[in-house]
Design a protein. Structure first.
Length: 548
């Protein structure tokens, strides 16, 4: 949906105002505890992974669930295409959500519409690593856009966030293509570039890419989109139709961002995408982890191949269901290994000044502890491995962890240094004190006398790149970790510099690192006082290493 950036920003502000005034308790879609409903499976399983249903709405009642959905209000939505959109154009009936289109005059701020239509969106944004599926039948008239899409409305409004859009699809009847043929537009829009991209005539633009797909118009079709960390895959009736990367004219634009536009502002690009001259740098469509809301909408939209006429009045887009699935591995809450440091485990090897308390191991200066990793961690894996460790420093010093190969040689190191900065990496180490964007925070990431959950993500290399180490220290006395994982941005240089959108506090991708298998972990304390190590967990998901 191509809209000027000033309208996009106004739209985000107004939508946010609607949310804030609603007074409803939000439903976190990706962890919905609602009635699971029918035993449904997705039309497709991206990458052939086992998928689990995390949210659905079958529209079986007689009204929309206000805990889940928000409608645009006529008085808040600016007139566009002579149309106002609001809740009176929505109806739940006979197991469907109807988005009605009417030739109707409504007044807003002294101006009158010629049409009314509908716009409804999820109260909460969704995470990535999710497959979203919607089955709908479009309005049975030309000149009306029927849309299932995603954009940031109610999420975090920090700089460079909520500035992305995924159309999956927007479709209109194409009268020139034949009888009952829909022309669906599948696309991504990187609105972050709108502020600095210029075309050959020095006019504003933005990087976007899309294709058109034909489909049967007078029938229900099942549309799906997989949103990964660095990929989109679009589906129609269970078959992949586009991966977001190809284009008949600008085929390399997904990877480089350069194609339709060739003028860039390096400083802005560096902040938004992390281009510090990294090896294996990828633009990846400019997606930087925006948590977007799912949107269903109708809009009269005239075109020579889809003319708008009076026949559109009284028609409606009929939505059968909305369902969301996540890979089962991302939902696992049980670790594959858990070591309770308060127990005299025979596999736990201790050296130097130490003590076992009811909480865990206390290590003095120069003391160390080690235990086997079960199973061992390979840098050639397919999916990330996560580690979770509860730590409390009771004096100034460094807490140093090492993942050791079978030969006892460290292959990955991480920890908290004597200045309370986080560090991590392989042969090279990155540090929050000097790696962007953490270096801009101007604060320590660890404080003495406080309990922290240190979460470490080990990401295997893909497309010829080396594996990455990412870390986040959660203050357990200040809310603890969130329920959704920080976004991982794959663009990381050898010094740990990455994108402002990377949600992890420190990252390292070491081009010099070799393939490795970590079979053991050790921790050493160098400093004054003692350090308390309470728990260790290793798992396949972020959730699996969160400490109870």
């Amino acid at each position: 949906m191509k809209i000027p950036i000033f309208l996009l920003l106004a739209f985000l502000f107004l939508a946010g105002s609607c949310l804030r005034s609603s007074g409803e308790n939000p439903l976190v879609l990706e962890t919905s505890k609602s009635d699971p409903g029918p035993a449904v499976t997705p039309a497709v399983s991206p990458h052939e992974e086992k998928m689990e249903l995390v949210f659905h709405d079958e529209f079986d009642g007689d009204h929309l669930n206000p805990q889940v959905w928000i409608s645009k209000q006529y008085e808040d939505d600016p007139i566009k295409n002579a149309t106002l959109r609001g809740p009176d154009n929505l109806q739940v009936k006979d197991g469907h959500l109807f988005l009605h289109v009417r030739k109707e005059v409504r007044e807003r701020k002294g101006k009158k519409s010629s049409w009314t239509a509908a716009f409804v969106y999820t109260r909460e944004p969704v995470d990535n690593n999710i497959y979203i599926e919607t089955r709908f039948k479009p309005t049975q008239a030309s000149g009306v856009n029927n849309a299932f899409w995603l954009a940031g409305i109610t999420g975090d409004r920090k700089s460079y966030c909520d500035r992305y859009e995924i159309d999956c699809p927007e479709t209109r009847l194409d009268i020139k293509a034949g009888t009952n043929i829909g022309r669906a537009h599948l696309a991504w829009h990187d609105w972050k570039t709108q502020s600095y991209i210029k075309d050959a005539k020095d006019k504003d633009g933005h990087v976007a890419q899309g294709i058109h797909v034909q489909h049967g118009w007078d029938e229900f079709n099942t549309w799906g989109v997989w949103i990964g960390e660095d990929e989109f895959i679009y589906y129609l009736n269970g078959k992949e139709v586009w991966n977001g990367k190809t284009h008949e004219k600008y085929d390399g634009q997904w990877l480089s961002g350069v194609g339709k536009f060739d003028r860039w502002f390096p400083d802005e690009e560096k902040r938004a995408y992390g281009k510090f001259g990294q090896n294996h740098w990828r633009y990846n469509g400019g997606y930087a982890g925006d948590r977007m809301n799912l949107i269903l909408a109708t809009m009269p939209w005239d075109a020579d191949w889809s003319p708008l006429g009076d026949a559109a009045s009284g028609t409606s887009m009929a939505v059968d269901y909305v369902r969301m699935f996540k890979p089962a591995r991302t939902l696992k809450k049980s670790p594959v290994q858990e070591v309770k440091m308060s127990m005299a485990d025979k596999k736990l090897l201790l050296h130097g000044e130490h003590s076992l308390s009811g909480l865990g191991i206390e290590l003095g200066r120069g003391a160390s502890a080690s235990w086997p990793l079960e199973p061992a961690i390979s840098s050639k894996g397919v999916y990330p491995t996560y580690l979770g460790i509860v730590i409390q420093k009771n004096g100034p010093g460094a807490v140093n962890f090492s993942l050791l190969g079978k030969d006892g040689v460290p292959c990955i190191r991480f920890g908290v240094d004597s200045s309370n900065a986080l560090y991590g990496g392989g042969k090279m180490l990155a540090n929050t004190a000097n790696a962007y964007p953490s270096s801009d925070a101007g604060r320590p990431f660890f404080l003495e006398g406080r309990r922290y959950l240190l979460v470490v993500r080990l990401t295997p290399g893909r497309d010829g790149s080396s594996h990455a180490v990412s870390m986040y220290a959660y203050d357990l006395a200040n809310g603890g970790p969130p329920t959704h994982e920080p976004y991982f941005h794959s663009n990381i240089d050898e010094n740990g510099n990455t994108s402002i959108n990377n949600g992890w506090q420190i990252n390292q991708r070491d081009p010099a690192a070799s393939e490795s298998v970590a079979a053991k972990i050790s921790v050493t304390y160098e400093g004054m006082g003692m350090v308390l190590i309470e728990k260790f967990r290793m798992g396949e998901s972020f959730l699996s290493v969160l400490q109870n």
